[in-house]
Design a protein around this ligand. Structure first.
Ligand code: M6R
Length: 626
């Protein structure tokens, strides 16, 4: 959690840094700060609350200098106050540090530093980094200026890192060394952007893509010395390493709102394009002209053939995608398939071996729980496949195989296009595995793939048609306290996703239930006017769903029913208060289409209640703490 930006070059650093923070706000937004050096002193500005507070502060007291560091915080240790905001400095105020991660042994290190005479200002674990560097720089022998000072600072940093345990991505700025930034990474993402006469550091690419597309991802245990013209990467023990340089091919405009009120709405509308991108180049034709999955480059057929079980592991929305993946793979293959919450995976003592395929689903590829689960799966000998959106992310680097969702940058905290792209990738992989193993008939595989490819067009036509209808319902939910989402079969994980979307951005309490479970307890909560969203996209379960809807209607619920166009002929006026008809696609793929009105429902409910849609309270996009 938290976002880091670093800059060294020829531009006014504070401007570049604040601009970068603006694009990283999704990573945390309870306080922010900047430090710059102008050769004479290191100046810091910090402010609790949203980034605009820092911008006001900087307008009153601009920071000069062409090198600097900045941070947007999601509090873990210490309340979101000015003092606890980063950058943190040492006792002399000449060494500044921004940090993302958690220093687990900070209490004992803090006690040791206090004994040595260090004075702390904040309650954070991060501040100890500045004091450790100060302590080790003072105690190390060596010159006092220029390169010698830089070498001493570097040594002090590596010594500091050798005594801390936990996770970090950090950048260090020293007043006496304005021509370099030092950076390091362990279990938290950090990338370097390479420019001409300038270089950048950031937790994520959107922060710096406006300035450069040439990126380098640091790996765990890397320490980097970043100057204006040169970047040097070493391991903690001093061994030099080369990191792969790649060119990001997104248009920087994709990290702007482009006329939409919120990133979330923009990303909802981007789903047809994202679906198309998720499948691009991954579906071909056989000699008879039938669609065929083309995934050998991602997952060798020998792995699919050797597989004896599959387990999806993920968190939040990605878990809901994995749960639907589980349902699909169970239907399409003969494999036993499970879906596990990443944060719980380790405690279930999973019995895995080299015939187990563990599918790690993660938009960011940096979620700490998910990364820990991936490591556990590898430790237990499983084959791992990452389905992720972020190229070069930790999950992508550590898994045996990677399938990129190719959805493009997702900025809103509430995941939308990443989710539907994950679904497309999981469906595609399921079809690939099932047909490779001879468990799915080639005609069925071809038909499903054809429908999957056509989904983007269906969605493109559907969104503008359904948006006004959905908005109307959301406005009616103005003062609602609770909403229940019910569904059976494939509609149950869809209900889970619908309720999460609503909760996280509108703060309306919502609950998802397998519709048949209602009568086993929760029905007691349904009273006059309680909104219930009933999902009935599965023809073979429709009648059973109608019975469940009648159960809630009999208790006074206000029912919104989402079902396929094919049900338009049925007399549903007595069943539901409002029906939204979805375009018909293969029933197995209906949940991909149906996710969109649920996202719009959450979006407009949140807007109607005046919520800050892109920055829901207490949340951040990428959860890099356990
Ligand atoms: O980056 P990841 O996909 O691993 O993130 C997992 C969850 O934190 C994420 O899906 C979260 O639930 C979203 N805010 C939901 O919209």
């Amino acid at each position: 959690m938290c976002g880091i930006v670093g800059y060294i070059g020829y531009r006014p650093a504070a401007e570049v840094l604040v601009d970068g923070l603006r694009r990283l706000e999704y990573r945390g937004y309870d306080s922010a700060g900047v430090a710059c050096t102008n050769n004479i002193r290191l100046e810091v500005a910090k402010s609790a609350g949203r980034l605009d507070n820092l911008v006001k502060e900087l307008a009153k007291r601009p920071l000069e200098g062409q090198s600097g560091i900045a941070h947007t915080r999601w509090a873990t240790h210490g309340a979101p106050t000015d003092i606890n905001a980063h950058p943190h400095t040492d006792c002399t105020g000449t060494i500044g540090v921004v940090h993302n991660g958690i220093i687990e042994n900070y209490l004992e290190l803090k006690a040791w530093l206090i004994e040595k005479g260090h004075k702390f200002s904040s309650e954070t674990d991060s501040e100890i980094l500045a004091h450790l560097i100060e302590e080790f720089a003072v105690s190390s022998v060596g010159g006092g200026s220029g390169d010698a000072h830089g070498a001493r600072l570097y040594k002090a940093l590596t010594k500091a890192l050798s005594v801390v345990s936990g996770s970090y991505a950090l950048v260090v700025l020293d007043q006496h060394q304005p021509d370099l930034l030092l950076a390091a990474r362990q279990d938290s993402p950090l990338i370097i952007g390479l420019g001409e006469g300038e270089n950048f550091l950031a937790s994520d690419m959107p922060a710096i893509i406006k300035y450069t597309r040439r990126m380098m991802v640091l790996e765990d245990g890397d320490v980097a010395v970043v100057g204006r013209e040169k970047v040097m990467v070493q391991k903690l023990d001093g061994l030099p390493v080369e990191r792969h340089l790649f060119i990001v091919d997104w248009d920087p405009g994709r990290t702007e709102k482009e006329g939409y009120d919120h990133f979330m709405l923009k990303e909802i509308h981007e789903q047809p394009a994202a679906l198309r991108a998720a499948l691009a180049g991954r579906v071909g034709f056989d000699t008879g002209g039938k669609h065929l999955p083309k995934l050998e480059q991602v997952l060798p057929a020998s792995v699919a053939a050797a597989c004896r079980e599959a387990v999806f592991v993920a968190a939040g929305t990605a878990y809901h995608a994995g749960y639907l993946g589980r349902e699909w793979w169970r239907r399409w293959t003969d494999l036993p398939v499970q879906a596990e919450l990443a944060s719980e995976f380790r405690y279930h003592h999973p019995h895995l071996d080299r015939h187990s395929l563990v599918v790690i689903v993660s938009q960011s590829g940096e979620t700490a729980d998910t990364l820990a689960a991936l490591r556990e799966a590898k430790r237990r000998g499983a084959v791992t496949l990452a389905v992720t959106n972020v190229v070069g992310s930790s999950v992508a680097r550590e898994a045996d195989y990677v399938l990129y969702t190719q959805a493009g940058p997702e900025i809103a905290v509430a995941s939308t296009k990443a989710y539907t792209s994950q679904l497309a990738c999981l469906a595609l992989t399921g079809i690939y595995i099932a047909s490779t193993r001879g468990e799915m008939d080639q005609n069925r595989a071809a038909a499903l793939l054809g429908e999957l490819l056509a989904l983007n067009g269906v969605m493109r036509e559907m969104i503008p048609r359904l948006e006004p209808e959905v908005r109307e319902v959301a406005v009616e939910w103005g003062r609602t306290a609770d909403v229940y989402y019910i569904g059976r079969g494939l509609d149950y994980p869809l209900a889970m996703e619908g309720q999460l979307k609503l909760k996280e951005i509108s703060y309306i309490h919502a609950e998802a239930l397998a519709a048949g479970e209602l009568k086993h307890g929760t029905l007691a909560l349904i009273t006059e006017g309680t909104p219930v969203v009933a999902l009935a996209t599965q023809p073979q379960l429709f009648d059973k769903m109608v019975s469940n809807i009648k159960e809630v209607k009999a208790r006074g619920a206000e029912v919104l029913l989402l079902t396929g166009e094919n049900n338009r002929h049925r007399p549903l006026v007595d069943v539901a208060d409002k029906v939204i008809y979805l375009p018909e696609v293969d029933p197995d793929l209906m949940p991909i289409i149906a996710a969109v009105p649920l996202q719009l429902l959450a979006y407009y409910a949140a807007v109607n209640r005046g919520c800050d849609v892109d920055h829901p309270r207490n949340l951040a996009k990428s959860v890099t703490v356990e």
